[in-house]
Design a protein around this ligand. Structure first.
Ligand code: F6R
Length: 604
């Protein structure tokens, strides 16, 4: 989730590259850099925002009229000058910017080092420049065509070669790239907003397509280097719509990004046979001999920890506790050197979470972090980190951060089972790899219906979210989404708890969102729902396909693709996010910036 720009023409590159990067800063903002070709390749890069890059460039003479630029959201290697893009090969003849994740970079790096290549960064991207160097025999397009055959993962790549001074060569696979067509100049960007001020005529590259751009020509090829006749696409979005990729709000865009986000979380962590490959994230020594697992987190991340607790309790023969970070801080800390403390935080900067982490660490706990931000305080203070790779989340309400946290937790649960109990279930990991497509199909199948159902919520003062077991953990997240963006009071309840008090509030037409995905608890849950039905509550029921007939309890029934019970929370949360979104829109709320809330809570 970074941003790429590029230019070939007659103008000086810096103004376009800088302006384009500013437009893409929402895609990544921990470091930035450009490379200009002016007889020689010159890379200028720095940790920090685009403004820091601008200061750096102000001190230099930039006169090249071919160039590439990048704004980074770190995935491999902390934000630093060295890890910022572009990346050179050994000789300084090749410079590369890249968006995406190279899953097999570690193997490639080992191989390239054995062949004598010298690396200067910790990034996965740098293997690309060395691979191109390896294959380069004077034809950049051909070298890139060979290099990508060795790559596994997602990429949008732009490359300059010093001894091919008039061209910019690009390729895409599972990460967007567009080429803007000008007169005597051509533009490149990972996202349309960067080029809208210059042209509205673009080529949108498809997966596996490559292009060679000069100032007067753009040739597009498939991976076998066979030329492709590309149709010009006319962009009609205004700049704001373009930033949101045509979605009305960042939250809706981020809801729709979840298939890709979860795919990126899993990338390189499960092989084709369903084996885990995460010991580079979590060293075996971190988990061997643990006698207890504790989770700490706040808000949505805390709800993810509830999922983690249910999962680990079921799969491991160990006590598992979860605690709100703000509470943990003021309790007697019961952690020791055999405690595995799993700390979850999207931002990695939440003050309560960090405070709690430090207390547990002082008692000797082993700390495993799940976070979205490479280089965050949490990532730096933990003993090991599993990055979610969700990309920047702009909307205040967490969506893709949550689903990717659940995916990480599932991987961790499988890893602990493997390491502590010697058990592995590749089929359950294969089921996890199907989740991204299943999320996409939930959105495709149900978004319209949920938008209609949201109208029922508009006048409601309360909505109840019911579930049992893992469904209760998901219900907690569902109610928070509704509350924080629509300002409708939501409350999550374990199905069996309703009759102990809250049932008094269930009256005709009170909305009840019921989650019924856990096989062992299904009958019990249906009985709980009959209590609601008898009082006239309006039930929107979420269940897995082929799991039973719920027509006697559900007023509206949404069937989700069938999966393992353990994985159902990755699907049930999607309709609840969509419902909250459309309820908030129907009430004219500012969905991306709900009142009184901030994205990162860095005070206690
Ligand atoms: C809700 C939400 C918050 C955060 C919470 C913790 O949608 O985003 O509840 O989950 O403030 O933030 P992080 O995960 O950054 O520690």
């Amino acid at each position: 989730m970074c941003g790429i720009v590029g230019y070939v023409g007659l103008q000086e590159v810096a103004p376009f590259l800088l302006q384009g990067l500013k437009k893409l800063e929402y895609r990544g903002y921990d470091s930035a850099g450009i490379c200009e070709l002016n007889g020689k390749l010159h890379v200028h890069k720095t940790q920090g925002r685009i403004a820091d890059l601008e200061c750096l460039l102000n001190q230099k003479v930039i006169s090249g009229s071919v160039g590439i630029g990048h704004t980074r959201w770190a995935t491999h290697g902390a934000p630093s000058d060295d890890n910022a893009h572009p990346h050179y090969d050994c000789t300084g003849n090749i410079a590369v910017v890249h968006n995406g994740i190279i899953e097999n970079y570690q193997d490639l790096k080992t191989l390239l080092i054995a062949e004598g290549h010298v690396f200067r960064s910790e990034t996965d991207t740098e293997v690309i420049s060395h691979l191109i160097e390896k294959y380069y025999q004077g034809n950049l397009l051909e070298a890139i065509g060979l290099a990508i055959k060795d790559l596994r993962g997602s990429y949008a790549i732009a490359v300059l070669a010093q001894d091919s001074p008039d061209e910019l060569v690009v390729v895409r696979q599972d990460s967007p790239l567009v080429i803007g067509l000008g007169m005597g100049e051509n533009y490149l960007a990972s996202d349309i907003p960067a080029i809208l001020d210059y042209t509205r005529n673009v080529y949108i590259l498809e997966d596996g397509e490559m292009a060679r751009m000069t100032r007067d020509t753009v040739e597009v090829f498939n991976k076998e280097l066979v030329p492709i006749d590309k149709a010009v696409f006319q962009v009609e979005w205004d700049p704001i719509q373009a930033e949101k990729e045509g979605f009305a709000d960042f939250m809706l865009k981020e809801i729709h990004e979840q298939p890709k986000a979860v795919r990126d979380t899993l990338a390189g962590r499960i092989d084709q046979d369903g084996n885990l490959t995460i010991s580079h994230d979590i060293p075996v020594s971190l988990v061997k001999g643990i006698t207890k697992v504790q989770f700490i987190a706040c808000g949505t991340a805390y709800h993810a920890s509830l999922y983690g607790k249910c999962l680990l309790e079921d799969l491991l023969e160990l006590p598992v506790e979860t605690e709100l970070a703000s509470e943990y801080r003021y309790k007697r800390v019961k952690a020791d050197a055999n405690t595995l403390l799993i700390v979850i935080s999207q931002s990695g900067e939440t003050a309560d979470t960090l405070g709690a982490l430090r207390l547990a660490k002082a008692k000797g706990a082993r700390v495993l972090a799940i976070t979205n931000v490479v280089g965050s305080t949490l990532a730096r203070e933990a003993d090991a980190v599993m990055f979610t790779h969700a990309g920047p989340e702009i909307a205040v309400a967490s969506t893709k951060a949550y689903t990717t946290q659940l995916a990480c937790l599932y991987l961790i649960a499988a890893y602990l089972q493997e390491q502590l109990l010697g058990r592995v279930d590749p089929s359950s990991l294969i089921a996890l790899t199907k989740i991204p497509d299943q999320i996409a199909s939930v959105l495709a199948m149900h978004e319209e219906r949920l938008r209609d159902y949201a109208q029922k919520l508009v006048k409601a003062t309360d909505a109840f979210f019911l579930g049992r077991g893992l469904d209760y953990a998901s219900a907690m997240e569902g109610q928070l989404k509704l509350k924080e963006i629509s300002y409708i009071h939501g409350e999550a309840l374990a199905g069996g708890e309703l009759k102990h008090g809250t049932l008094a509030l269930v009256m005709p037409d009170v909305p009840v969102i019921a989650l019924v995905t856990q096989s062992l608890l299904k009958e019990k849950m249906v009985s709980n729902l009959k209590e609601v039905k008898a009082r006239g509550g309006d039930i929107l029921l979420l269940a897995l396909a082929d799991s039973g007939d719920f027509s006697d309890v559900g007023d509206e029934i949404l069937l989700l693709p069938s999966t393992l019970d353990f994985l159902a929370p990755l699907l049930t949360v999607i309709p609840m996010q969509v419902l909250a979104y459309y309820a908030a829109k129907a009430r004219n709320c500012d969905v991306d910036k709900p009142r009184n809330l901030a994205k990162s809570v860095t005070v206690e």
